[in-house]
Design a protein. Structure first.
Length: 410
């Protein structure tokens, strides 16, 4: 049984690694093409239908790129499609969400201090809510709001704020921020799958048939790509937020997440303007710094009661097994002697003000809730405790391993 835990952790690691790789590829391609589009320069000698060109140097060579506003006069022999980065990023992210927040839902997804939900109800809300944003956003883009892009983005921001608040009413802090990121990423990938790629296929089909493609299809794709460009950075933050309790361990986590979207806008506006004009508006950095200072302040007001509430929930029957085996008492002493000075509601380790990742290891219930993490972090591996803090001996690690194996075998 305990070997299955190791295998499952490596499966999660592999899916996370795939997600990171494909996300970097998607983000890189997105940022490059938006930057390229903004840097295009007119040239009267360009072929008919060409909008602009850009010369670049990289890796010891020169690149000459020409953009056609709608399409070239005939179908090129070789055409590269950029789509699989987006699809694979979303699919691997969805798989990772299922592994961490559905299979481990009782620990990572549900917060009984906020909402009395069964695991299947939490999973249903988790999966079903991801489609809501796309349906609302897509209808807004197809309405008259498409001609008022600033108002459209403000309304989209309102939807994101509402979802941020909603997720924080029912899920744990880390799950709420992660789901807001998945909610936004679903909009972005749906843009590619349902709008950008189908419109590009229409243009290609027209070229092959000898018809003149309609410019509206390229315009729609460009608008959706621009929206994705501004949403990317907040999504990256939200995906990493679960590693930083200051971002999710407060009742104001939903406001923090909302403000992060504004920092994504200010940062992207600077670079997009710089690509277009050669000089970015420096005021955006001042606004970004002020927003981050506000976020830092919110993270400490009024404290971290939500962590303590989550850690005070009743043990599940599975978690209770870890306190009922004979090996628990000795294992509990090992945890208290090696982990609790940092993983406490009021850490005693000098310079540490909050428990790392919001994990408490003080009471028997605390230890039982985090048995799997203790096993992987301190029994199977030597990741914890940090060797420059506490040097846990091999005998103590063996005690932890025997305790978890005994509980899982019972």
């Amino acid at each position: 049984m305990y070997d299955l835990a190791i295998l499952w952790d490596w499966i999660a690691f592999s899916v996370r690694w795939l997600h990171v790789i494909t996300a970097m590829a998607w983000i890189g391609a997105s940022f490059y093409f938006i930057a390229l589009d903004l840097m295009l320069k007119p040239n009267p000698n360009l072929p008919q239908g060409a909008h602009g060109e850009e010369w670049e140097v990289h890796g010891g060579g020169f690149y000459h790129t020409v953009k056609y506003m709608v399409a070239p006069s005939q179908m090129p022999e070789h055409l590269t499609w950029h789509k699989w980065q987006s699809y694979t990023t979303w699919l691997s992210g969805a798989a990772l969400l299922m592994i961490v927040y559905w299979v481990g839902g009782e620990l990572y997804l549900l917060d009984p201090t906020k909402a009395d939900l069964t695991l299947w109800q939490g999973i249903a809300i988790s999966g079903g809510s991801l489609t809501i944003g796309w349906l609302i956003y897509d209808q807004m883009c197809k309405s008259s709001l498409a001609e008022r892009p600033t108002l459209l983005m403000l309304l989209l921001f309102g939807v994101l704020v509402a979802m941020s608040w909603g997720y924080n009413q029912i899920f744990t802090g880390r799950a709420a921020l992660l789901h807001l990121g998945a909610f936004t990423a679903t909009i972005m990938t749906a843009n590619v799958f349902f709008q950008i790629m189908p419109n590009q296929r229409i243009v290609v089909a027209d070229l092959k048939a000898g018809r003149t493609p309609d410019a509206k299809y390229g315009k729609i794709a460009k608008v959706r790509s621009t929206h994705n460009n501004y949403l990317t950075l907040p999504v990256v933050f939200l995906m990493l937020a679960n590693h930083y309790p200051l971002s999710f361990g407060t009742q104001y986590a939903w406001i923090i997440a909302s403000l992060i979207f504004l920092t994504g806008v200010t940062i992207r506006h600077y670079f997009n303007t710089m690509h277009r004009t050669g000089r970015g508006p420096h005021w955006t950095w001042g606004v970004t710094v002020l927003l981050m200072l506000l976020i830092a302040w919110l993270s400490t007001v009024p404290g971290h009661d939500s962590w303590e509430e989550a850690e005070a929930r009743p043990l599940t029957p599975y978690e209770q097994k870890f306190t009922q085996v004979a090996e628990f008492e000795e294992a509990y002493d090992v945890v208290l002697g090696n982990c609790s000075m940092c993983h406490a509601r009021e850490p005693v380790w000098e310079g540490m003000h909050w428990a790392p990742k919001g994990v408490f290891l003080e009471t028997p219930g605390d230890v039982a809730r985090h048995a799997s993490q203790i096993y992987l972090q301190s029994a199977v591996s030597h990741a914890m405790p940090p060797p420059n803090a506490v040097q846990m001996d091999a005998e103590s690690r063996a005690v932890l391993a025997q305790w978890v194996r005994a509980a899982r075998g019972s």
